[in-house]
Structure formats: C-alpha cells, structure tokens
Write a protein that binds this ligand. Structure first.
Ligand SMILES: C[S@@+](CC[C@H](N)C(=O)[O-])C[C@H]1O[C@@H](n2cnc3c(N)ncnc32)[C@H](O)[C@@H]1O
Length: 222
C-alpha cells in the first residue's frame, strides 16, 4: 500500500517536473529511469531505450504484422521491456515471448521498475544476442531485433555473418522486425543487410523516418 502510494505520488508530480534516478551500467554507461508526464521512461545519455518513442516505433512495426499467425516471439534486446507491454496490452498477445539482453543491470531494471518476470509465457535470458543466435536450436515465428548501445546498433549486428545465422539457422521461419537505425540516412552497412535479406526472403519492407527518426525493416519468409 505504502509503495503504491509513493509510486502514484511520483506519477502525479512527474506532470510538473520530470523525476530521474540514475543507474550505472558497464554496457550503456549511465541509465536514467525518468518519470515524465505520468510514465516511467528508460533512457541513456542520448537515446530512449524503453517506454517512450522507442515503444511507438516498435508498435508501428507490430501493426504491420499479422500476429494471429505468430505463436512464438524472440526479442533480442529486452531493455525495460516496453515492447512486451505493447504486445500483451495493446495486441493482447498472450503466447510465448523469449527475451535476451546482454546487460544484467538492464534486466534488473526490467524486473524491479517494470515488473517483468519469468513466468509460463515469458522467458528472460541474460546473454549476448550474438552467442544466443549462434547456439539457438528453437524456431520462433517472429524475431524482434532491437539491439542498441546508446544511439548505435552494435557493429556485429550489421554484419552479414549475423544475418546468415538468423536466416539459415533454425531461429526463424517467419517474420523479422528490425529496429535498424536512429540515423537520418541508411548507412552502407545497413543497405548491405537489406540487399542480403532481399536475396534470402520473400518480402522486405523498409520504413524510414518512423516517428521522425528510425529506420524499421520488416522481412517475411514464405
Ligand atoms: C533500445 S533497448 C531495447 C528496448 C526494448 N526492446 C523495449 O521494448 O523496451 C536496446 C537493448 O539492447 C541491449 N543490447 C545491446 N547489445 C546487446 C547484445 N550484444 N546482446 C544482447 N543485448 C544487447 C541493450 O543492453 C539494451 O537493453
């Protein structure tokens, strides 16, 4: 009751003043959990990781996917787990989600600040997504690739060896939703990934300037 009261107080005060708590992370440097306009956002120095524009960007992508056909989701990049909230609450998706994040500090934030937990339909794993994909033997109908360190997609995830692994391993037979860039123009590496996907899958859609910033890619196998 006491904690509920404090949380509600913070929520209302945040309409007047943003309230921030900082946490240090080995991977993302300073993480900020900020109550702003009644919502708790997870930010880095230069980027919104969860529950802000990032959540809107992934929702834009999910709107383009027929989730009735999707029985399992792999999320690479848990952050605060805002896309899980979107899937569960806005799309009423109650099936299996497996979420991976390299950063134990972020996983702790997801659990303590955003009440995410391992349960019958949600599995949270602390691992490098690169390793996870290399060793994975399960097949997922949808893979959401939302891997950032501050404003950058880490280099290995723009290399074709990663995408080869995603496509040719058993990891997916269905849809890939890639939050690919925060930059205005598509980089040479990103264009190479798009060209590669076009040779391997049935359909690749590229959406630029989503929410005024990001490039989002959706690819579908037959
Ligand atoms: C933008 S946040 C993800 C937000 C999340 N999808 C959501 O819906 O709230 C990006 C995440 O990628 C994670 N990340 C970066 N590099 C990674 C890697 N090599 N393996 C796994 N996670 C990684 C970061 O720790 C961070 O939590």
């Amino acid at each position: 009751m006491f904690f509920w009261y404090i949380a509600n107080m913070l929520k209302y005060i945040s309409y007047l003043y943003p309230i921030t708590r900082q946490v240090k992370s080995k991977y993302s440097d300073t993480l900020e959990i900020t109550w702003y306009n009644g919502k708790k956002h997870l930010n880095t120095k230069n980027a919104n990781y969860s529950y802000g524009s990032l959540q809107a960007i992934l929702k834009f992508g999910l709107d383009k996917i027929d989730l009735k056909q999707i029985n399992s989701i792999l999320l690479l990049g848990l952050g605060g787990g805002s896309v899980i909230e979107t899937l569960r609450q806005d799309f009423n998706y109650q099936k299996q989600i497996t979420a991976i994040d390299i950063d134990p500090v972020i996983i702790d934030i997801a659990k303590t600040e955003y009440q995410l937990e391992n349960n019958a339909n949600t599995t949270i794993i602390c691992e490098d997504a690169l390793q996870f994909i290399k060793n994975n033997t399960s097949t997922f109908d949808l893979i959401i690739i939302d891997l950032f360190i501050d404003i950058k997609v880490p280099k290995p995830f723009l290399e074709l060896s990663f995408w080869e692994n995603v496509i040719t391993s058993k990891s997916t037979n269905g849809v890939l939703l890639f939050n690919a860039s925060l930059e205005e123009k598509k980089s040479y590496q990103l264009q190479t990934v798009i060209d590669f996907l076009k040779t391997k899958v049935y359909k690749v859609d590229v959406y630029e300037n989503v929410n005024g910033t990001n490039t989002v890619i959706i690819s579908q196998s037959l």
